[in-house]
Design a protein. Structure first.
Length: 237
């Protein structure tokens, strides 16, 4: 009998995988996911994010939900005196670009940036906290650039301008006719907004974002995103 070597786990794909492939993205496997590295040139993508409007599909980045009566105790220990200690607050954790978003008194959502290991960091939780990996439940997009504010009124009736939804805040609202979480992250030195929607409507919302951008949006791959968060010009290391 011939013994076959165990097969490697299948590569995961975001709801936009086929869309990215059809629009010229250079795809690669990163942390078990097929993700777009670049569409054209990382430096050009970063420049567009800083001066105009750029969209990145970050659905593959880890998302973890903490839910239950023990969440306030966890927050009091880990996030006391910080923005996420209140509902609607968002804190950028010191170790990397992970965001802690306080949705409700008993609900905290962590959104990873380009770092990894979020699940491992969330250990030693108190009783009454249910931890769930919701990465494959939420599609997520990251918008960058000063032209974000032009497109938002075309997608939601809620006033989500910087005065109503400031940096360090989040809100759940109707967005492109679906339920969405909008997050204004602290940093990275350029206006930005993260959007989370149900996984199965990810491609629909992505296309509505592009329509609302009215042809002005540049697609931002992982290489450009990392460069933008580092604060450099997107050239190769």
């Amino acid at each position: 009998m011939t013994t076959q070597a165990p097969s490697s786990p299948p590569t995961a794909r975001t709801p936009l995988h086929h869309w990215h492939a059809a629009h010229g993205a250079r795809l690669a496997e990163v942390d078990g996911w097929q993700v777009p590295l670049t569409y054209t040139d990382a430096a050009a993508e970063v420049a567009a994010a800083r001066t105009g409007l750029a969209l990145a599909d970050v659905s593959a980045l880890t998302k973890v939900s903490l839910l239950g009566r023990g969440v306030p105790q966890y927050v009091a220990t880990a996030l006391a005196g910080r923005a996420a200690d209140r509902p609607g607050g968002v804190e950028r954790l010191q170790a990397g670009d992970t965001l802690a978003c306080r949705l409700r008194h008993d609900h905290l959502l962590f959104l990873d940036g380009t770092s990894t290991g979020l699940l491992e960091k969330l250990s030693g939780l108190p009783d009454g906290v249910a931890r769930h990996d919701v990465t494959c439940g939420l599609a997520s997009f990251w918008l960058f650039g000063p032209r974000i504010e032009e497109m938002l009124p075309r997608l939601t009736a809620l006033d989500v301008g910087p005065a109503s939804l400031p940096v360090g805040g989040c809100a759940e609202t109707g967005f492109a006719s679906v339920h969405a979480l909008l997050v204004r992250p602290p940093g990275p030195g350029v206006p930005s907004l993260r959007v989370c929607v149900p996984w199965d409507v990810g491609e629909y919302v992505w296309e509505r974002l592009l329509e609302a951008g009215r042809g002005a949006a540049t697609l931002l791959g992982l290489d450009g995103l990392r460069a933008l968060l580092r604060g450099d010009g997107g050239t190769a290391d």
